[in-house]
Design a protein around this ligand. Structure first.
Ligand code: CP
Length: 314
């Protein structure tokens, strides 16, 4: 360790420390200084058991900008296909010389399982329906850039909360920073026990986003809803899809976020002519700086900075 497995228990001070570090790395990028030598000689391994465009690429770009060596181990092309276990796979990767592993896996708890079995740093790149901490950190960073703060803002998270690791990490991060959180979803897409979360639940989109500062649409996770979706996709887009009309009417000042990938025409209407500030590509851009900050704070080798993330480890 230390690791970044979850935002559970991470204090406001520690989250702000990561966002401030990301700000510094964003400035580096803006000044076109693409490479800094802080992780020279370190090796990061991306181990993604589920597909990814954004997370895997941005960890790779972030690590390379910090001068680390990066390799991608793709389970479908690895000895996982010959029956090698997750435990043996990560111990093998560590024996090859990894200083850090970014793991994405379909099972909730996979990142913690890995962290218990290796000495190197582990970052959770998304585990099942559990957490996706760097996604939430880049969402918080984007909100802070667009609105100047997070405390006191009303953030409406719309859609498939039930299957969403992005929603879980965001609820932890947003509540640590003092945002007011609304969840907008039909009861079929909400988890049990929601009444114990620091959120207000709405089942109507217009009421749920009314006056919100931030509207975050979630992807309908077609790969996880084994019994199909209720409501159906067509009903969902009619009832919960973000359109220019509903946003202009109920949340004209809202910044619109989506972790991606977007199912066009389902969570967000196909039209591009929103009057709102749609920050989906800003999220991707800021994600590189946020992941640079996370890798630097974890692997940069100064005990004091590593401890910034220690609360996010177990
Ligand atoms: N937001 C996100 O995790 O995207 P990818 O699945 O493309 O990494």
């Amino acid at each position: 360790g230390p690791h970044l497995l979850s935002l559970s228990g991470m204090t406001q001070e520690r989250i702000v420390g990561i966002l401030d570090a990301a700000e510094a790395f964003l400035d580096v990028g803006q000044q076109s200084v693409k490479k800094v030598p802080v992780l020279r000689g370190k090796t990061l391994v991306n181990l993604f058991y589920e597909s990814s465009t954004r997370t895997r690429s941005s960890f790779e770009i972030a690590a390379k900008r910090l001068s680390a060596d990066v390799i991608n181990v793709t389970p479908s092309q690895s000895s996982v296909t010959k029956g090698e276990s997750l435990s043996d796979t990560v111990k093998t990767i560590e024996a090859l010389g990894a200083d850090g592993i970014v793991i994405r896996h379909a099972s909730s708890g996979a990142a913690e399982f890995v962290a218990e079995r290796v000495e190197c740093h582990v970052v959770n790149g998304g585990d099942g329906c559990h957490e996706h901490p760097t996604q939430a950190l880049l969402d918080l960073f984007t909100i802070r850039k667009k609105k100047g703060r997070v405390a006191g803002l009303t953030v409406a998270i719309v859609g498939d909360i039930l299957h969403s690791r992005v929603a879980r990490s965001n609820i932890l991060g947003l509540s640590a920073l003092g945002a007011k959180i609304r969840l907008v979803a039909p009861p079929t897409l909400l988890p049990r026990g929601i009444d114990r979360w620091p959120v207000t639940v709405y089942d109507r989109l217009d009421r749920g986003i009314d006056g919100a500062d931030v509207v975050m649409a979630l992807r309908l996770q077609l790969e996880r809803a084994s019994g199909g979706y209720i409501p159906s996709l067509a009903e969902y887009s009619r009832l919960y899809g973000l359109s220019r009309e509903v946003l202009e009417r109920h949340a004209p000042q809202a910044v619109v976020l989506h972790p991606g990938p977007v199912n066009r025409g389902v969570e967000i209407s196909g039209e591009e002519l929103f009057c709102n500030d749609v920050a989906i590509l800003d999220q991707v851009e800021y994600g590189v700086a946020v992941r640079m900050a996370v890798l630097y704070l974890l692997m940069g080798g100064r005990g004091e900075e590593s401890s910034l993330l220690a609360a996010g480890s177990r």
